[in-house]
Design a protein around this ligand. Sequence first.
Ligand SMILES: NC(=O)c1ccc[n+]([C@@H]2O[C@H](COP(=O)([O-])OP(=O)(O)OC[C@H]3O[C@@H](n4cnc5c(N)ncnc54)[C@H](OP(=O)(O)O)[C@@H]3O)[C@@H](O)[C@H]2O)c1
Length: 297
Amino acid sequence: MKLLITGFNGFVAGSIIAQAKGDWEIHGIGRTENPIDEPGIYYHSLDLLDSESFNALFKEIAPDAVIHAAAMANIDICQANQEQAEQTNVEVTKMIAKACQEHDVKMVFCSTDTIFDGLKGDYIESDKPNGINYYAQTKIRAEEIVLSASPKNAVGRLALVMGIPVIGKGNSFLADTISKLEQGIQVPFPENEIRTPIDVITLGAALKELAGNQFGGIIHLGGSTKINRYEMGLVIAKALGYSSELILSTNSNAMPGRAPRAEDASMDNSLAKRILKTPMLTLAEGLTLTLNFNAKK
Ligand SMILES: NC(=O)c1ccc[n+]([C@@H]2O[C@H](COP(=O)([O-])OP(=O)(O)OC[C@H]3O[C@@H](n4cnc5c(N)ncnc54)[C@H](OP(=O)(O)O)[C@@H]3O)[C@@H](O)[C@H]2O)c1
């Protein structure tokens, strides 16, 4: 069985690759260098904005499932470059959904908790999205495309992802935090943002499971601890043995020039707990898992 993963050099994809290798023949699409040279893993260097090359490659690989993890994922960059965000997050998703539909292939799409406006919290899958920044709005449009393309497609709404990159690099706030704490640099965390963070190892396992199971529809992939990001920073510092004085409280919606952030984007993970074999963890369990996973490598 062949699994095609986009965003191959990214943070989330690295965990999917590490856990799917051996079980799937893995094909990855990325724009930079091959992050892993191992048997059974095939790297395809491609800009997803090149639809002709993508469609030819898709036919050549003939995947059994696709996990679409590539995106313009930086909220402020999306806000400042809306046309590029639209092309990357919406049009590319449309192209992949169409290819999957034509070849009757299941697509798993990586969406986000920030499709919600953050006024309510504890969101369930049927709650109405209301994106308050451009990134979120592109993800809402992309979700609709993926869901309408086939009932077998899955939209995983990812909570804030916490972890150390397993393969490749990508945007890991934990790796950045550890590097700063090691140097004694203070790290700001927004106290106004409440999240249900998920560790990257659990997330990779859940996305791999969704690629291989029969679930179709929306599923919230979040951890079992609801916490504001400043308190989360304190938990991380304590777990790693650093002083709490290195963690600073900020308000992300009081910083000029930044796109608005959803405040309480916490998600209810009851459906994931019911449907998936992959257990959804608490913050402390997830932190231990991601730190140990990398230590064992
Ligand atoms: N990390 C989180 O906390 C989080 C939370 C919620 C949802 N998500 C979603 O989860 C997914 C994975 O996130 P991540 O943290 O792994 O992001 P990431 O580390 O930024 O990885 C995204 C990857 O997409 C690739 N990409 C972007 N445009 C491309 C294009 N035109 N052609 C080919 N590749 C392209 C990037 O390649 P380059 O390296 O070449 O730019 C990058 O490797 C994204 O859809 C993101 O929106 C993430």
